[in-house]
Design a protein around this ligand. Structure first.
Ligand SMILES: [Zn+2]
Length: 492
């Protein structure tokens, strides 16, 4: 009798089983999982328990500053001797202003310490609503558009977001271990930059051709490579990443970093920042890739999109081993004129040479979407799917989410969190969303966990190490589920 037949017989009574051999634990887990997603109403609480326990290999689309919760940032406000403006909810950093506020009696102060914020529940709740997506959808206050709400949060916590990196990364590590996540590839810091008005004018002038553009990029590269101040900034950037990551890596958890550029800055700022990011990635094993971030529908982001892809192409030719994960197509119908939805994923792949695509939401509107998916499938270019983020920022969810297309046409994908502190979610929650929205099975979600390591930018040695450890974690998890099933059966 085949083992699988034996299992089917053993499990014929619901998923009850009394003495399953260890080697059958995966099949028991498979069977158990199918009961959680069967029917019109997936068992959300049980799925949450299941995915909290399930080993989740990596979180590959993760912004460090968006991963911290507002509560943590508030704690750092005091550590840096800043205060929070109780009208605007901005963090005040001006020493003279802060001293003047401290001299006032508590009732007269407009700028509050963290303790004062926490002592006033109305102010505290209001702060959470400014610094994150919290409570956006559950009451009737006058609100900004959700995409603006989301991206504006970064401006509020910016004064404290990158000055406590080591403490923040250690916190994320503990949180990851708690939810059985073994790896995070986080976008930690913006690459250092310069501004050059001459470069900006030349690359933005009407009718500039590729050769002229390449010549401008080559000239600026040469100038920056001879610029001691610029090189010192890259050295400082790398030193900061080393210091920030102290104590983060151990047998239980691994963290690596992506350097990134901000797409809404001027062309010279983006290019110099990108050059610094490529150099950082080529000089350090900790920096495993380069990304481009920022709201894609803003005027400058849209105007310069193709220019940015040319910049990536230019630098990828110079540093061919540097890996690219590019936010591309984080756009929904109506956000920009329809032509704007037709080429972002394609250019990220064909021009920039992206190894992974972030979001890829405008897929169905892209010219030759089928051809794009074919290329992604054949070349093994996965898309990073961020369900909570896409629902909040773009209003794209359920059957309108293109994960349905990627999945149908065999494009590899991974589940990730994007900004779990702003969205106030975690990776287990993203798996719950996926499993409850789309008809899936245990084999698929297990594969998603493995794929999140396979498609990481880790070195081959690290990848092997984490994949091997994941085998062990899954064996333990499946044994736990088998025990759970056994104990449930025992109660009947
Ligand atoms: Zn993102």
């Amino acid at each position: 009798m085949a083992a699988s037949t034996l299992i089917v017989i053993l499990m014929a009574n619901s998923y009850g089983i009394h003495a399953a051999p260890i080697s059958h634990n995966e099949e028991i887990t498979n069977r158990y999982f199918s009961t959680l997603v069967a029917g019109a109403q997936p068992k959300l609480a049980e799925l949450t328990l299941f995915f909290s326990m399930m080993p989740k290999g990596g979180d590959l689309h993760h912004h460090y500053s968006g991963a911290m919760y507002a509560e943590q940032y508030l704690e750092w406000v005091d550590r840096q001797h800043y205060c929070v403006n109780k009208v605007t909810y901005a963090i005040e950093t001006d020493k003279a202003l802060i001293d003047a506020e401290r001299a006032k009696t508590p009732g007269q102060r407009n700028c509050l310490s963290s303790a004062e914020v926490l002592a006033d529940n109305a102010i505290y709740r209001e702060l959470l609503q400014h610094w994150s997506d919290k409570d956006f959808s559950n009451h009737g206050a006058i609100q900004p558009p959700p995409d603006r709400q989301f991206f504006d949060t970064f401006g509020y916590f910016d004064p404290v977001s990158t000055s406590n990196n080591n403490a923040g990364l250690l916190l994320l590590k503990q949180r990851a271990i708690q939810e059985n996540l073994s790896y995070i590839e986080t976008m930690l810091e913006l690459g250092p930059m310069i501004e050059d008005a001459n470069f900006d004018a030349k690359v933005l002038q009407a009718g500039v051709d590729r050769d002229a553009l390449s010549a401008q990029m080559a000239a600026l590269t040469t100038a920056l490579e001879q610029d001691r101040e610029f090189n010192r900034k890259i050295d400082n950037y790398l030193a900061d990443i080393r210091a920030s990551s102290a104590g983060v890596d151990d047998a239980q958890f691994t963290m690596r970093y992506q350097a990134f550029v901000l797409r809404l800055l001027s062309p010279s700022q983006v290019f110099s920042s990108l050059l610094a990011a490529f150099k950082a990635a080529s000089q350090s094993d900790l920096v495993v890739g380069v990304n481009i971030v920022g709201a894609e529908n803003l005027n400058v982001s849209m105007r310069d999109y193709s220019l940015h892809m040319q910049m990536f192409k230019f630098l990828k030719a110079k540093y061919p081993r540097v890996k690219l994960a590019l936010h591309a197509g984080e756009l929904a119908l109506g956000m920009v004129p329809p032509e704007g939805l037709t080429f972002h994923i394609r250019e990220a792949i064909d021009v920039a040479g992206a190894n992974r695509i972030g979001h890829g939401i405008d897929l169905a509107h892209e010219t030759d979407a089928i051809g794009i998916m074919k290329k992604m499938r054949e070349r093994g270019i996965p898309v990073e799917i961020n369900l909570s983020s896409n629902e909040f920022i773009l209003g794209v969810k359920d059957e309108s989410h293109p994960v349905t297309l990627y999945r149908k046409y065999g494009v590899p994908f991974v589940l990730s969190t994007d900004d779990p502190g702003v969205s106030r979610n975690n990776l287990s929650g993203e798996y719950v969303l996926f499993a409850s929205r789309y008809k899936t099975d245990y084999a698929e979600v297990k594969k998603l966990s493995y794929d999140s390591l396979r498609y990481s930018f880790l070195s081959e040695v690290d990848k092997k190490r984490l994949l091997k450890a994941l085998d062990g974690r899954f064996a333990k998890f499946e044994a736990e589920i088998a025990d759970l099933v056994k104990s449930e059966a025992g109660k009947k």
